[in-house]
Ligand binder design. Structure first.
Ligand code: GLC
Length: 480
């Protein structure tokens, strides 16, 4: 019997590790492909992403130029180069157009709509060059929301048997754009307007939800919440399309995030059996942030974007109470300016208790995950969240609010075997009570605390289960 042909999946995404990740989406896209490449030989998942200036020079020597074509976007005829790079068994295609992608940052430009409309069309145009005709194109968030839309409006005549999966990593950013750029920038006709039109503007995420064959989000609970009242206005659309919606929890790359081998930890690597290194990591972290070396003071950390839906407003309300306790507080992140100033000022006035670094720095984040005792994630909403899983892996106990993926990954140790602390109500008091209870366990019941640390470290956050769920989903679309 001839071997069954592999099912081809093209993962179209605006950022991906190890090349570029400004947030969780890029990590997830890369880790999912790596896990599938290793564990499911019946799938051939390749990734297509923009070629940004940020990593272009570094990786150019390893890249192979496959060819170039033109992309027509309304009246524009645009250059579209295609490069290939194979890394750890995964094939990456990069779309080259310097006008759009040779910029300092990945996003945040006035023409972002145009840039990602170009990229979404390039996903189809590049097929002629790569000759990789996918069964399924899997796209993510508003930046590639136009992929399932363009398949229906522009490419169905040619690629009628390609199916699409659209993953929502965060409902908050929907790609809302002014209506007047419908023809000129998005190259959509009046007949197509109803696909993307919502609440008096263009809403790319809405269009993708309607056009995709399957819609997923990054945790089962979030899939429920966005139908009820966590959909930032898109609840009715989500409900109408609930028949094709599912929630698949993200995993983390447990090879990268491994306290036994993590290079960031230097000689202080550690394991469930021997936690000595973790103590050394704490000391190092206290030195790095100029905090007193007190091994028995609970070190609480936050590694987050400083925006209100991450629960940062709750932290501002309870920080003074926290400072009065026997704890140290460490924050790493960037975001809304008012929050940045608030925390910097607290650090200036309480140098022995509070340390702050207004930065986005994965290496320092890694040192914090290893050296801290507790991670706070009191999010108002959290599609999945990765930091709580990474923290567990390093024996840093998460305190999370019961929302989205936080509730799906963290179990309250006060209710039985758990890997963290969970509170329900979104208010500073509920958070504070939970911190007090964690601090009591930490300070007065050391053996129990260490058991909790070990439980957390051994929790399975690998991609295995989730990758299987995605494989199953793709298979449901296999019709060739
Ligand atoms: C977004 C979400 C986060 C999720 C990540 C990866 O950044 O806010 O909760 O973990 O995407 O899916």
């Amino acid at each position: 019997m001839p071997a069954k042909k592999k099912m081809k999946i093209l993962n179209a995404v605006s950022e991906v590790v190890p090349f570029l990740a400004t947030g969780g989406m890029g990590q997830v896209a890369g880790a999912l492909a790596a896990s599938l490449a290793e564990n499911d030989k019946s799938l051939d998942m390749r990734i297509i992403a923009p070629l940004y200036a940020e990593f272009r020079d570094k990786y150019e020597p390893q890249m192979k130029f496959l060819g170039a074509t033109e992309v027509q976007l309304a009246w524009r005829t645009l250059y579209c180069g295609v490069f290939e790079l194979v890394q750890d068994g995964v094939t990456f295609y990069f779309i080259d157009n310097r006008r759009y992608f040779d910029r300092e940052n990945a996003y945040g430009y006035v023409d972002d709509g145009e840039r990602f409309a170009f990229f979404s069309k390039a996903v189809f145009a590049s097929i002629e060059i790569t000759k990789f005709v996918p069964h399924v194109i899997h796209s993510h968030d508003w930046q590639t929301a136009l992929v399932p839309i363009y398949l229906k409006t522009h490419y169905a005549w040619k690629y009628y048997d390609i199916r699409t999966v659209f993953t929502i990593h965060n409902m908050e950013y929907q790609g809302q754009m002014p209506g007047h750029i419908l023809h000129d920038v998005f190259d959509l006709s009046d007949e197509d307007a109803s696909i993307v039109w919502y609440h008096n503007c263009i809403n790319l995420m809405k269009g993708a939800i309607i056009c995709a064959d399957k819609v997923t989000t990054v945790s089962p609970s979030y899939a429920e919440e966005i139908q009820e009242n966590g959909g930032y206005g898109l609840e009715p659309i989500i409900r109408e399309n609930a028949y094709k919606l599912s929630g698949i929890i993200n995993g983390i790359d447990t090879k990268t995030y491994n306290p036994e081998t993590d290079k960031l930890l230097g000689k202080n690597t550690y394991s469930v059996e021997n936690l000595k290194g973790k103590k050394a990591c704490k000391k190092k972290l206290q030195t790095l942030f100029n905090l007193p070396h007190s091994p028995r003071t609970m070190l609480i950390c936050i590694v987050s974007r400083l925006v209100s839906h991450k629960g940062i407003d709750l932290i501002t309300l309870m920080l003074d109470d926290l400072i009065r306790m026997d704890v140290q507080f460490l924050l790493l992140g960037t975001g809304e300016h008012a929050y940045e100033l608030f925390f910097e000022e607290k650090a200036i006035h309480n140098p022995d208790k509070v340390a702050v670094s207004i930065a986005y720095n994965p290496d320092i984040a890694g040192m914090i995950f290893a050296g801290a005792d507790v991670l706070l994630m009191p999010s108002r909403s959290e599609p999945c969240g990765l930091a709580q899983m990474i923290a567990c892996r390093y024996g840093t106990i998460p305190i999370v609010r019961n929302t989205g993926g936080l509730g799906d990954t963290i179990y309250d140790c006060r209710l039985g075997t758990g890997n963290g602390f969970v509170f329900d109500d979104y208010n500073a008091r509920a958070l504070m009570e939970t911190v007090i209870s964690a601090q009591d366990l930490y300070a007065n019941h050391e053996a129990d605390w260490l058991n909790l640390v070990r439980e957390a470290m051994q929790f399975d956050f690998s991609w295995n289960q989730s990758a299987k769920a995605y494989s199953k989903l793709y298979r449901e679309l296999d019709h060739r």
